[in-house]
Design a protein. Structure first.
Lengths: 899, 373
């Protein structure tokens, strides 16, 4: 009669339980834990801070005695309520088990709804039943012990040796190793045919799934099984892998069933006033009903078959009470036909107690809405709508010095902006601020009180977008309260959140204690997260328009002085000492205004040209993705970060961003259809290349047919052909690319975007204006569809480019039906790929995170896990923090240069 | 050899940095540079308490969402098709015993590494069966015999002759058939009293699969030039047998089967192989993940001296905490097992403390304040 220990919500209760259990099961070691826990409780329980700490959780099996001891009621009737709707004494909703109705008081502890945590009850089972979850242990216990004398089928001296070995392994290698050892020690015992103790002959015992034990074709009843298990001495059960201190083998066959408190299975009152009971209550009702019938039948001396049947039914109900998902058993169902959710289903799986309620936490003081961009907002700020700011509050403790400041909020009340919603008395009682109570509260307010005031500019919040795959998916932003109803963020932080503005929503959390605010501000603010811990480069950087703008500025523009000053003012620069005293000012000079005076930087642009900054002046090169972009590019930003620190970097980045956007605002930036137009001679040239390619392919196919094609080593003839064709076609497309690159007007905005890396690449341009190219499906040309052909409009065995998914047209010209079809094949394939990949990689991520989450760096620099095993002697072999390095390395070259 | 000014930093700086300094820094600046580098190094050290495990998991898991699922990958003419992308990462981290595309890269000793006889060597490594050395299999219905003509040219390349083949066949078919050499033809007749045509047909199929020479398990070979060397890429893997060949440079040849490496070369080699394989996938996908993260994963997998996958049967099952195991997968199983031996969870890792609403023992939660009473 065992009951798997419910280790859920009430840990406190658990400690109390432990106290009771003390004499029965605890080792001295465990007693110490308990003693310590209890003594702490008395010393450390100061007013509102919880200083208690759970030091350990002990697992064990409940004995029948224990179940009765911890119970407050014996349940004898399946009835729930009487005519008045009052819970029946001895029924499943007995108020000794706790209360779920408002107004009633718990008979056991005297507390009301929500205060009473509930109490266990029990049922005396008419006949013992197996506990489904311990079937394996029962089976092992039966097979490995003697049917006559109950000793384990192992010689006396070997038992001693085994137990010694168990102890050694347990101490040295841990419990998992012990389990493995136990398993391997037991398995040879199953085939022993003669008891070494009493020399009795052993019969083979089989388990007929799910729960019937057969010895020599005769069924073993649970009474018999229990009797056998009872005979196993403590010492022998230890060999079986059962710790005699916490479990006796016979406890795995239940004679008493604990009834979970009603608070675990509350009933819901429907609108019609009808009560709808919890699944567990239903199941328990079945158990009690059958149990009572079984009792009656036994007492009345009913025929054996009837008793057998009832017994089996009781076994079924108890089994499904624990687990309603057993392969060989039909699941117990509601009247409607949907399966009941019993204990196992409650605990396991993603929606179960452990992953959903225990490991997953929910919070108050948070907000979620659609996001939208605001480049004028500081990078480490978040725009919060008034509506949110007035609901989500920050508690501030009243003291002498801020009394008047806080009183003002209370005075304003909850309905106007910077107001307050609640005040909290030192004893923890919360009071709502209303128009009526306002005045009284102002009187009452004194040091030690807390005022929950509205969110204000500069408050610390944590901003998050799911899926939170990164540590940069949760960053600390300061608040800027703004009108309208969306959360606003600077587009620069889109990259770390992986956000866009096509309807994305994000979450905002407001830390409620000083500690958490301090941690958030110091460890999580946006500027501290610039460098990715994944690869040691900047994740945050300019994007899209900001890059285009800076690119244009530093490459092409020369402005009049007035214009330049106007631009810089818009960016926020007021000190023009650095600006050269000339009539016209180049874009490079304007850009240099943003840089610190002592910055030296050498790098390369996307096109591979050198970028040189000396003493804070951009001497050579242009700004593009490679220098100011995000997501692992942006080397200029990385150097800035290294040299001037996070705060300065964020400041400069903000200015660079605004400058880029400001340039585009003044100059205008648009893309037109005509930009994809090619000059006639280029069109001619491209046509020629494609024609040549197609002819070449024809030649290759020809040589394949007449057998003159030479096979590549290790390939079949067909594979060789495919490879050659793909090679020719790819070459042709690349040739188109270089032709376009050569002839494209560098002034067109499309080419600027591609060249600067702001958006798109040259391939996109080629696809738009020249040729879409070969469609590839899982590494090959398209071959699927009909037999030996892709579409019904082709001949069988047609290997020509157009029959195998080569799209010759450009997007501008438009695709013909066949081409369109091929193009949509690959398009669909891409969609499928994403759809299939997401859950796979999500699972991989979960496993990785779960396996490694407790690794940490110790003070000695070693990496250890929770059991204090050393995983690495020095993190990453050199002890460097990736986010403090440049792409994982210390930049020695730079240090040499600087020195 | 080490520059005088560098000597004091030996042991303080990692050897890779010392080496780089030695190679790149002009001697005149050495003292100053070394000092600066050391300073920089100290500043870049990881902070105690940092949750490095989670950071590594994030750094590998996050790019995982960007990887392609496309299993196969032919890069140009001279590559084998190998599992790449996410499936390969999953395969490595699961520590699968049988991987979907085992391959080896075999480096050769001089002079073979310069391309001498590369094709012949490759052919010798490849597993060869009867089908590929025989020209034809003819069945003589009248005498109930089978006749096979051997491909002399091929045999020569493989350093075989028909006599040897006869011996091999005899050995392989000792119970079923007699093999006689008749000129360059092999005559195969059934043993036993009752002979029928059906048996002969079956025999024919069986003979085709008889292993003749080469290394078992190597299905395909491809000589390729890699930088300076000519190497042989194979489909199928058998490190042990390949290392026994005297022309193979066993110090450079590798397999992508991590369990095999563990068996032949030991756990340290396996750890390195995990890192290399992961890095290769990450790089071919055009993603950026620091090696340190991969090292940490490889170390967690290999810490027990055996390769444990990142699964509920592997690394996770080794965890000390019941609640941590239960929160991953199959919670009931873990709770039952814990209850039977009276396990105690001392709440040393992360999830348990999250469950109990207590600070986790990492980062800022690692620090404890002790107060005098």
């Amino acid at each position: 009669m065992a009951k798997k220990e419910e280790i859920t919500e009430e840990v406190k209760e658990k400690t109390e339980e432990l106290k009771e259990k003390e004499d029965e099961v605890l080792t001295p070691e465990e007693k110490n834990i308990l003693k310590e826990a209890l003594s702490r409780e008395t010393i450390e329980s100061t007013q509102q801070y919880i200083t208690k700490k759970v030091k350990g959780v002990v697992f064990g099996v409940l004995s029948p005695k224990m179940i009765k001891k911890m119970s407050t009621a014996k349940i004898v009737t399946p009835e729930l309520y009487d005519k008045e709707g009052y819970p029946v004494d001895g029924g499943l909703m007995d108020i000794r088990l706790g209360v779920i109705d408002p107004g009633l008081k718990c008979k056991t502890c005297g507390s009301k709804l929500k205060e009473c945590i509930g109490h266990f009850g029990y049922i005396e089972l008419a006949r013992p039943v197996f506990h489904i979850k311990f079937v394996r242990h029962i089976y092992d216990g039966l097979r490995c012990t003697c049917r006559e004398c109950g000793r384990i089928l192992m010689a006396e001296d070997k038992i001693k040796k085994t137990i010694k070995e168990y102890k050694r392994i347990k101490e040295k290698e841990g419990l998992e190793a012990l389990r493995r050892l136990t398993r391997s020690t037991i398995s040879p015992l199953k085939s022993v045919s003669k008891c070494p103790h009493c020399k009795a002959k052993q019969e083979k015992i089989f388990l007929v799934k799910p729960l019937m034990f057969k010895e020599d074709e005769k069924k073993l009843t649970s009474i018999q099984v229990r009797a056998r298990l009872e005979r196993i001495p403590d010492e022998d059960s230890e060999v079986l892998g059962l710790n005699p201190k916490v479990v006796r083998p016979e406890w795995t066959v239940l004679t008493v069933l604990p009834i979970p408190p009603v608070t675990v299975r509350p009933s819901i009152t429907l609108e019609s006033g009808e009560r709808s009971e919890d699944d567990l209550t239903h199941k328990l009702g079945d158990i009690v009903r059958i149990n009572q019938r079984l009792f009656e039948n036994i007492n009345a001396g009913a025929p054996e078959t009837i008793i057998e049947d009832l017994w089996d039914l009781l076994q079924y109900h108890v089994t499904t009470f624990f687990d309603n998902n057993i392969p060989q058993l039909p699941p117990a169902r509601h009247r409607g036909g949907q399966p009941l959710k019993t204990i196992t289903e409650r605990i396991s799986s993603k929606e179960g107690r452990i992953r959903h309620n225990l490991a997953g936490k929910r919070t108050n003081f948070c907000a979620r809405t659609v996001i939208s961009p605001d480049p004028m907002l500081g990078i480490n700020y978040v725009g919060v709508p008034f509506i949110v700011a007035m609901k989500v509050t920050v508690p501030e403790v009243v003291n002498e010095w801020n009394m008047n400041y806080l009183k003002k909020f209370v005075q304003t009340g909850p309905k106007e902006y910077p107001g307050a919603n609640y005040i909290v008395r030192p004893d923890g009682k919360k009071k709502k601020v209303t128009e009526e109570t306002k005045e009284a509260m102002l009187e009452e307010l004194q040091p030690g009180y807390k005022v929950e005031r509205h969110l204000m500019d500069g408050d610390i919040t944590i901003f998050n977008r799911q899926p939170s795959l990164h540590r940069m998916s949760m960053m600390c932003h300061k608040v800027k309260v703004l009108p309208y109803k969306t959360l606003r963020l600077n587009p620069v932080v889109c990259a770390p959140y992986n956000a866009d503005f096509d309807g994305d929503e994000m979450n905002l959390h407001v830390p409620q204690t000083e500690e958490s605010r301090a941690e958030a501000e110091i460890l999580m603010q946006v500027q501290t997260q610039i460098v990715s811990p994944g690869y040691g480069l900047s994740v945050i950087g300019c994007l899209q328009d900001a890059i285009s703008g800076n690119f244009i500025l530093t490459r092409d523009l020369t402005l009049e002085r007035e214009k330049a000053v106007e631009l810089l003012c818009a960016v926020g620069i007021t000190d023009f000492k650095k600006l050269p005293n000339k009539k016209t000012i180049t874009g490079k000079e304007i850009f240099s205004m943003l840089l610190p005076d002592d910055l030296d930087f050498q790098g390369a642009s996307k096109a591979g040209e050198p970028v040189l900054i000396e003493k804070g002046i951009l001497k050579e090169g242009v700004m593009d993705q490679k220098t100011i972009g995000g997501e692992g590019e942006g080397l200029l930003l990385r150097s800035l970060h290294k040299q001037y620190g996070p705060d300065a970097t964020i400041e400069i980045l903000q200015r660079i961003l605004r400058l880029g956007i400001e340039v585009l605002l003044q100059r205008g930036f648009t893309v037109s259809y005509s930009e994809t137009e090619l000059p006639p001679e280029t069109v001619e040239e491209i046509n020629k290349t494609l024609n040549v390619a197609e002819e070449d392919v024809q030649k290759v196919i020809q040589s394949f047919h007449d057998g003159s094609l030479e096979t590549f080593p290790g390939r079949t003839l067909k594979e060789t052909l495919e490879m050659k064709i793909v090679e020719v076609l790819n070459k042709a497309r690349n040739l188109c690319g270089s032709i376009i690159k050569k002839t494209i007007n560098k002034k067109t905005h499309i080419s600027m975007m591609a060249e600067s890396g702001a958006r798109g690449n040259i391939l996109n341009v080629v696809q738009m204006s020249a040729c879409v190219g070969q469609q590839v499906l899982s590494g090959r040309r398209i071959e699927k569809g009909f037999s030996k052909r892709t579409l019904a409009c082709f001949k069988q065995g047609d290997l020509s480019p157009e029959a195998r998914g080569f799209v010759r047209s450009s997007f501008k010209k438009g695709l013909n039906p066949r081409e369109f079809f091929f193009h949509s094949i690959t398009g669909r394939d891409g969609l499928m790929d994403t759809a299939l990949r997401t859950p796979k990689s999500g699972y991989l991520y979960r496993r990785l995170a779960n396996a490694m989450q407790d690794l940490k760096v110790e003070y000695d620099g070693s990496v250890r896990d929770a059991a204090n095993r050393i995983i690495q002697f020095s993190y990453g072999e050199d002890g460097l923090d990736v986010s403090k390095t440049e792409s994982g390395k210390i930049n020695i070259k730079k240090i040499i240069q600087m020195a | 050899m080490v520059h005088a000014d560098l000597k004091e930093y030996i042991g303080k700086l990692p050897s890779s940095i010392i080496q780089e300094l030695e190679e790149t820094c002009p001697a005149s600046k050495m003292k100053k540079v070394a000092k600066l580098v050391h300073e920089e190094f100290e500043n870049s050290r990881i902070s105690p308490g940092e949750a490095v495990g989670l950071i590594s998991a994030e750094s590998i898991g996050e790019p995982g969402t960007q990887m392609t699922l496309n299993t196969f990958h032919f890069a140009g003419v001279a590559e084998m098709s190998v599992t790449k992308g996410l499936p390969r990462i999953i395969e490595i981290l699961d520590a699968r015993k049988t991987i979907s595309t085992p391959t080896m890269e075999i480096y050769l000793h001089a002079p073979y590494n310069k391309g001498k006889d590369i094709r012949e060597i490759a052919m010798r490594i490849k597993e060869t069966n009867m089908e590929s050395v025989a020209k034809d299999f003819a069945i003589n219905v009248v005498d109930l015999k089978m006749e096979t003509t051997l491909d002399a040219e091929k045999l020569e390349k493989l350093e075989l002759n028909s006599k040897k083949v006869q011996k091999i066949l005899e050995k392989a078919l000792a119970k079923e058939a007699n093999v006689e050499l008749n000129g360059d033809k092999l005559e195969i007749s059934l043993k036993g009293k009752e002979k029928d045509l059906n048996q002969l047909y079956k025999l024919k199929e069986a003979i085709k699969d008889v292993y003749v020479c080469g290394i078992k398990g190597i299905k395909q070979v491809l000589p390729v030039r890699r930088k300076e060397d000519y190497i042989i890429i194979t489909a199928g893997s058998n490190l042990k047998k390949v290392f026994e060949l005297d022309f193979v440079d066993s110090s450079r040849s590798t397999s992508n089967d991590i369990h095999e490496i563990k068996k032949i070369l030991g756990i340290e080699a396996a750890r390195q192989a995990i890192i290399d394989e992961l890095l290769q996938v990450v790089e071919t996908q055009g993603l950026n993940v620091d090696v340190r993260h991969l090292m940490l994963v490889a170390d967690t997998m290999c810490i027990s001296g055996d390769i444990k996958g990142i699964t509920r049967y592997g690394v996770v099952s080794e965890k000390a905490s019941v609640l941590a195991r239960a929160s991953f997968e199959t919670p009931i199983k873990h709770l039952i097992e814990a209850s039977v031996i009276g396990e105690i969870d001392y709440l040393n890792s992360v999830v348990e403390n999250v469950m109990l609403n207590q600070p986790v023992p990492l980062g800022t939660g690692m620090v404890k304040l002790v107060s005098k009473k």
